[in-house]
Design a protein around this ligand. Structure first.
Ligand code: NAI
Ligand code: 15L
Length: 268
């Protein structure tokens, strides 16, 4: 049966706020959780992923979990360890104990951020490419994907790991022209990931149908995802501001862009 009640972790964040707006139209009843209060949602659970008792309570009776919570930029290893590695483990353990059958994990392009960007005429990057993190943050997403694989193989808990490109209302850099996932396509993809049958552990790339796509979206399309948006209408303005991306430049040589050399940092 299609999942209806979904625990949305990271509900106060950027993607969480967008999905709170968009997913109810697909028929979901969302239970919200974040470490900080969720604006306009007095029923949201305010809890840290370190709080196993709160997680046990939060997953009770849900059909699926959309796991967006975590540090979403680069940080110290210790902080990433606590929120993204131990936090994701705590949530999976709580979900396993409660018999939750389906997880959707917000992985990231930074799990493979060290991968060279495909040049003209080269094939797009497939999900089978090896993990190649560009940061401790990307490393934590590699861990999350491998945890999901373990919980499928060992416990029969299904996950779709979505390597999100850049999910924001609009692309704001030339790099994002190749990675952008419009909020509406994000909702389409998360809906497909929550409802497709027999996914085991499936890894997909999360982006719109961008003209300048770096990804192979075949595993996402196999779930029923049919992206409707393209970053191309934003291209002229962004290229006028920044110039055409030059793959010889370090910032454009790898999928993770400037993250290996100069990552954006999570506030201390
Ligand atoms: P965000 O930083 O806006 O939101 C993350 C939320 O998680 C915040 O509200 C924060 O309070 C919460 N959080 C952090 N640590 C927590 C903890 N220990 N316990 C409970 N809550 C905690 O990030 P955004 O952009 O909304 O991203 C959502 C997810 O998608 C993140 O996991 C991020 O790594 C991933 N992602 C996002 C991309 C994007 O383009 N926005 C790209 C790739 C991955
Ligand atoms: C991510 O993984 C981050 O969470 C998000 O804030 C963006 O920086 C995105 O990657 C990106 O690469 O654009």
């Amino acid at each position: 049966p299609a999942p209806r009640t979904v625990l949305l972790t990271g509900a106060a964040g950027g993607v969480g706020t967008l999905m709170r707006g968009l997913l109810p139209a697909y028929g979901y009843e969302l239970r919200l959780l974040d470490a900080v209060p969720v604006e306009g949602a007095p029923d949201a659970i305010t809890a840290d992923l370190a709080d196993r008792d709160a997680l046990d309570e939060a997953v009770r009776g849900v059909d699926a979990v959309l796991h967006l919570a975590g540090i979403s930029l680069e940080s110290t290893f210790e902080r990433i360890l606590r929120s993204n590695i131990e936090g994701t483990y705590n949530l999976y353990e709580a979900a396993r104990a409660a018999g939750v059958g389906r997880m959707v994990f917000a992985s990231s392009n930074h799990a493979v951020g060290g991968t060279p960007t495909p040049g003209a005429g080269e094939p797009p990057v497939h999900v089978g490419t090896r993990h190649r993190p560009d940061s401790f943050y990307g490393l934590s997403k590699c861990f999350g994907e491998d945890l999901a694989q373990l919980y499928w193989d060992k416990h029969g808990m299904e996950t779709v790991s979505v390597r999100i490109g850049s999910c924001f209302p609009e692309p704001t850099t030339v790099r994002m022209l190749s990675l952008w996932m419009s909020p509406a396509d994000g909702a389409r993809l998360f809906h497909a990931a929550l409802t497709a049958e027999g996914v085991g552990h499936t890894v997909v790339y999360g982006s719109s149908a961008n003209t300048r796509q770096w990804w192979d979206l075949s595993t996402a399309r196999a779930l029923g995802y049919d992206p409707q948006d393209d970053s191309e209408p934003y291209a002229a303005k962004l290229i006028a501001e920044e110039g055409e991306p030059d793959p010889a430049e370090q910032d454009h040589a790898r999928i993770g862009g400037h993250w290996m050399s100069n990552p954006p940092l999570w506030p201390a």
